[in-house]
Structure formats: C-alpha cells, structure tokens
Design a protein. Structure first.
Length: 276
C-alpha cells in the first residue's frame, strides 16, 4: 500500500487536489507517474541487455492515429556521435553521460514510400494535418518509452533542444526527406544521491475544466501557483527571477526566445513537410 499524499503534495505544493487516497493506495503505476522528475546526471554504467528493445516495444504500444505509425526513433549510443548530438542539442553534457540518447522523429517517409509502392499520389502528406498527426504520434510513443524506462529504475530527460539545429542534426543522423527530429530522450542510471526534486505543476483548476473553459478558475490557479513556484525557486537556489508567470512570459516574449527554432516552418518545408 502506497501513501500518495506526499507525492501529490510534492507535485502540486499549495494546490494539491483533495482525493480519497485510500481508493488508489493499491495502485503501482500512479506512484511512478507522480514521482517523475528529469534526471541530468547519469552514471557511466551500461544499460541491461534488451533495454532498448523493451523501450521500443513500449513506445510502439502507444496509440497511433489510424495505425499510421508516423514516427521513428534513432538510438544513439556511439560516444562520438552522441557527443556531436549533444553539441547540437544545447551543448548539454548529460546527453554525453547517458548511455542511450533516443532522438524521436516525425516520419512521413514510410507513408510516402507506401504510396509509391501502391501507385497512389500520397497528396495528403503535404498538409499540416499530417505533420500534426506525426508530432502527436511521436509524443505518445516517447512518453510510453519514458514511463517504461522509469519503471525499470532508469532516469530520463527530454531534450527539446533537438530542434535548435535541425538541419545539422538531420545530417548527423542521416534522416531522409519527410523525417525531422522533434526531441531527444536521454536514458541512463541516475547518479546516486541525485538531488533533483519533483517540480510542482499548476493546480488542476488551471488546466482541467469541467464542461466549459473557466478563465476565472484558471487565473486563480495561476496566482496560487506563482506563490508555489517562488518558494520552489528559492528552495532549489535556482537563478530564476520572479515567479512562473514572469518566467513563462519572458520565454515567449519574442522570436529571439525560441533559440533558433523560429525558422521551424521553413525547415519543415525544406524537409518535405508540406504545410497546406
């Protein structure tokens, strides 16, 4: 039996929902999900044989729109290639440390090939809907892999900076036309004594609405969350000015805050993703 109360408190801080805890005490999946945290320090220790294959099986077990399976993943384990990928992905050393770096890609190339084999035009591949389908499928698959990794006692960290230099990363990984890296996932054994703590999330009224969208409840939740995050930043000695609202508003203030990703639509079109 697991007491979920401390996990909910850690996840929400001042905004933890009131839940009849005993009704969920026998569940073994909820504690894993609630305790998720990003890991950025890995041991120089290999993964057990078969880990990549099992993570792949978990990823492929995610839902897929019309079973089109519009994603691929490149598993990078060679130290030199991983180091090059790390440099392109924000020059983050934890990518070099991790024994496995998974680069999840939106992939319409298979459908293009299937269309050619069936002598059909594949014209729908040139529409924004198909890129969106691929992006959603990719995220669903990756989250399955992430949960599977954490269930094995491994640590993970998503890497959005895989979109910082998409042309160069595509060349490094040999991605064909109609395939683009969306994000990475570093996987490995956390360093013992890793002090990263669970990061609080918005109180549920900030993003879970009942029947209709409630802007008043959303704004009240943000006010409460700002207080939680000010305390979190201070406790973690993080160099973050202000609260969540200020930090987030600065993050979307202008295209310069996108760290080079403001050209993504242009690059998508270069790589054969039509955006009609």
């Amino acid at each position: 039996m697991t007491d979920l109360s401390p996990l909910l408190t850690a996840r929400y801080g001042l905004g933890a929902p009131e839940v009849p805890i005993d009704a969920f005490a026998q569940d073994t999946t909820l504690p894993l999900l609630l305790a998720h945290k990003s890991v950025r320090h890995f041991q120089p220790k290999p993964l057990p044989a078969g880990t990549l294959e099992m993570l792949g099986a978990a990823a492929q077990s995610a839902a897929s729109s019309s079973n089109l399976q519009t994603w691929s993943v490149v598993a990078v384990q060679d130290p030199s290639r991983k180091a090059e990928a790390a440099t392109l992905c924000g020059d983050q050393d934890f990518i070099r440390q991790a024994p496995l770096f998974l680069v999840f890609c939106a992939d319409l190339a298979r459908l293009k090939s299937a269309s050619e084999q069936e002598d059909l035009p594949g014209a729908a591949l040139g529409y924004t809907e198909m890129f969106l389908t691929a992006a959603i499928d990719t995220a669903l698959a990756a989250q399955n892999a992430a949960v599977a990794a954490e269930s094995l006692g491994l640590g993970i960290c998503y890497v959005g900076s895989a979109r910082n230099h998409p042309r160069e990363l595509a060349a490094l990984l040999g991605l064909p036309e109609r395939v683009i890296a969306l994000f990475g996932l570093a996987v490995g054994w956390p360093v013992e004594g890793e002090t990263t703590t669970v990061k609080p999330r918005l109180p549920q009224p900030g993003l879970i609405h009942h029947e209709t969208y409630d802007t008043d409840a959303r704004d009240a939740a943000i006010t409460k969350y700002n207080a939680t995050m000010r305390g979190f930043y201070e406790a973690q000695k993080m160099n973050v000015e202000g609260d969540w609202s200020k930090h987030s508003a600065k993050r979307v203030a202008g295209p310069e805050s996108l760290m080079g990703r403001e050209t993504l639509r242009e690059i998508l079109e270069e790589r054969g993703f039509g955006m009609k």
